[in-house]
Design a protein around this ligand. Structure first.
Ligand SMILES: *Cc1c(COP(=O)(O)O)cnc(C)c1O
Length: 405
């Protein structure tokens, strides 16, 4: 038998109380909590290992560099990238997408070219393309979602033109939970020599990702949604694309040699890592990957599928509740609205019971516009959540409705 209580006990924050009730944390699509192994790794790093990387010849710095590069290898292995050169450390998914837009985009796109962006994207996979559009006069083509919150490959085929250069699409929607058929999308795109950027901010902690099997050109993620610290994430991209891209930022570490007039850039992956990196964040990311791999994606899927089904069933029983996002292929996110209860009022009342959910547009305002709602309440699950958490959510919703209606 799998020991759920022991798993939950690895997360110190989950034993806290909120407003006099044991905390029920259901906002994992915003950020996940951190296991003690991650917290300890960061603590140990600052107590025993702190020194800059790639610079010192003294033992402390060399050991730090080894640990830092070891995590790069862990990321390579987790995502099955071909080489460590394909793994760039950045602040998170947002920075990774901005890097691709400004470096690859500015080099490879010109006025009139088209970037297809799905309607379910997080703002961080839309706004950087809008900025690029305004800089280069390219076009952004919307790939609409249906009423279930799904994308159709037939629709995509109809949107592709001779000017299409990139498809920017999320692996899993943070607002709806929809999981998209990335391998099929990439196959279709590559037939027309179109590149694909996959936003893996949500998928990475929930399912095994193999960038070679997906054959995607760019894959981005954030550490903080996969049990790692904030401020660290990655861009994993095909080496030939990265080789041909200019640096995104200039500074230390990304150079090979500098004279006052001219700079020779460092090789991959360092070319894209200007300045002192988030070393502690990288160390924490390494511990988080170990945590995920020790649990295993089979177990993770078992836990989260069960939570999704139980939450969907219990929430659907509530009168007047409508789930937003009912894709056939869906991760552990349940967004909903209830007749006669504003999402913010609902979330505020849930908080009084120690139940933390998010009520907002979830950084996906076009999704809200599509479903004609100002916001939704979203319960999103991590491996430590339980049926009891969902029961607490449902009880609290009933109590809130008694007050609001
Ligand atoms: C959270 C999220 C992002 C942005 O991640 P940051 O960590 O804020 O950079 C992008 N896409 C999706 C799908 C997300 O859930």
């Amino acid at each position: 038998m799998f020991d759920q209580a022991a798993l939950k006990a690895q997360f110190p924050i989950l034993s806290l109380s909120e407003k006099g009730h044991p905390l029920v944390y259901l906002d994992n699509a915003s950020t996940s909590q951190k296991p003690v192994s991650v917290i300890d790794a960061i603590n140990r790093y600052y107590r025993e290992q702190n020194a800059n990387v790639h610079r010192g010849v003294y033992g402390l710095s060399e050991r730090g560099t080894e640990a830092f590069e070891g995590v790069r290898e862990q990321v390579r292995h987790l995502l099955n990238a071909r080489s460590y050169k394909e793994v760039i450390f950045v602040r998170g998914a947002t920075e990774a997408i901005n890097l691709v837009a400004q470096s690859w985009g500015r080099t490879n796109l010109c006025a009139g070219d088209e970037v297809i962006v799905s309607e379910m994207e997080h703002h961080s996979n839309l706004v950087p393309w809008q900025m690029l559009r305004d800089q280069l006069n390219i076009k952004i083509i919307k790939w609409p979602i249906n009423d279930q919150g799904e994308l159709s490959l037939d629709d995509l085929t109809g949107l592709i033109t001779s000017r299409t250069k990139l498809i920017a699409v999320t692996h899993m929607s943070n607002a709806l939970g929809s999981i998209n058929p990335i391998a099929e999308i990439v196959k279709l795109a590559h037939q027309s020599d179109i590149k694909v950027l996959v936003d893996g901010a949500q998928s990475i902690s929930h399912m095994a990702v193999d960038v070679q099997a997906l054959d995607c050109d760019f894959f981005v993620f954030s550490g903080h949604k996969m049990y790692a610290p904030t401020g660290i994430g990655g861009l994993v991209a095909k080496q030939d694309l990265l080789e041909a891209m200019p640096p995104y930022q200039g500074g230390g570490d990304m150079i090979y040699s500098v004279t006052f007039d001219k700079t020779e850039y460092n090789e991959l992956p360092y070319k894209f890592e200007a300045g002192t990196p988030n070393i502690a964040g990288v160390i924490g990311l390494g511990a988080a990957i170990k945590f995920i791999q020790a649990l295993g994606f089979e177990q993770i899927a078992k836990i989260e599928d069960d939570l999704l089904h139980y939450a969907t069933k219990r929430l659907t029983e509530i009168e007047g509740l409508r789930i937003i996002g009912t894709a056939k292929n869906k991760g552990a996110v349940v967004s909903f609205v209830i007749d006669g209860a504003h999402p913010h009022d609902l979330a505020t009342l849930l908080d009084q019971d120690g139940v933390a959910v998010r009520a907002s547009h979830h950084c996906a305002m076009p999704v809200m516009q599509k479903f004609n709602v100002p916001a939704t309440v979203r319960a999103s699950f991590g491996v430590y959540n339980t049926h009891e958490d969902i029961d607490r959510l449902v009880d609290s919703v009933h109590e809130a409705l008694d007050m609001l209606r």
